[in-house]
Design a protein around this ligand. Structure first.
Ligand code: BTN
Length: 263
């Protein structure tokens, strides 16, 4: 998984900074060719005085983290790997931060690649029912007014390179057959994130937009909680972001968390 400089160039950071100029969520762009985890870097900086919009970007993570304690792996120089510090002026609920991050990723990827990117509850980015990216939102412990939004997406790699379950993961390269312009995709995702963040900061809600982009409404799914697995059809979400499931046994249940599989 080490970078292979000949075929996969690192990010052109000067160009990326130019593309991101004026973006409130990219006030300072800190690039490292390799790091442990950009979320860890951002959390450490957020514990200090780093301002909102400090953006950490890398080409390779040695300890990339996913949700539920999982590892996030990407071959070097192929992906979108970034984390940004937010210091909202009003308290944002975890569900609002999750929707924000998912929308930034999905809107930015769609706009820059033309792929039909949709959201699998609560925050996976999917193309043709395969995962292309994900987000890891981490409020700063002890502070309601700071959080780190981490985003990862598979761009110029073959999903088989990641060594995950065959058929469940995809990438821009797999979907389009060609490599994308990583700087443009990253800039589009940060732009989309900023647009949704501005809407939230202005007191708006992202619920409608987030729901409209769902990959799961009307779909048959299985949902695994800590205690059991439910099978049914997703009828929608409630405004708190909970998933509403019409279960096989005729009951309608709501879930705040769980592992969702599309059937
Ligand atoms: C998921 O499990 O779907 C979330 C994946 C989030 C991965 C990104 S990559 C950049 C940032 N740094 C990390 O260690 N994780 C996030």
């Amino acid at each position: 998984m080490q970078p292979s400089p000949a075929s996969k160039p690192p990010l052109d950071v000067l160009r990326l900074r130019r593309l991101l100029a004026g973006n409130r969520l990219a006030g300072e762009v800190i690039y490292k060719p390799q790091t442990g985890s950009t979320n860890n870097d951002a959390l450490a900086a957020a514990r200090g005085t780093a301002p909102e919009g400090t953006l950490f970007i890398t080409d390779f993570q040695t300890q990339g983290r996913g949700t539920r304690g999982r590892t996030w792996r990407s071959p070097g120089n192929t992906s979108l790997l970034l984390s940004v510090i937010l210091r909202p002026t009003r308290v944002l609920k975890p569900v609002e931060l999750t929707q924000l991050a998912a929308l930034g990723l999905c809107n930015g990827l769609r706009e820059s690649t033309s792929l039909d990117v949709r959201i699998k509850w609560p925050n996976d980015a999917m193309v043709r029912d395969k995962k292309i990216g994900g987000v890891l939102v981490e409020p700063l412990p002890g502070s309601a007014m700071a959080a780190v939004v981490g985003i990862g997406a598979n761009l110029n790699l073959a999903a088989s390179d990641i060594g995950l379950a065959e058929g469940s993961v995809t990438s821009v390269l797999d979907e389009t057959g060609s490599r994308c312009d990583r700087e443009l995709v990253i800039a589009a995702v940060v732009d989309a994130l900023e647009r949704s963040y501005r809407a939230l900061e202005d007191g708006g809600s992202l619920f409608e937009d987030w729901t409209a982009q769902s990959a799961v409404i009307g779909r048959s799914v299985s949902l695994r909680t800590e205690t059991r697995t439910y099978v049914g059809a997703v009828s929608g979400f409630d405004p708190g972001g909970e998933l509403l499931l019409d279960c096989e046994d005729g009951t309608r249940r709501r879930f705040t968390a769980g592992r969702l599989e599309l059937l």
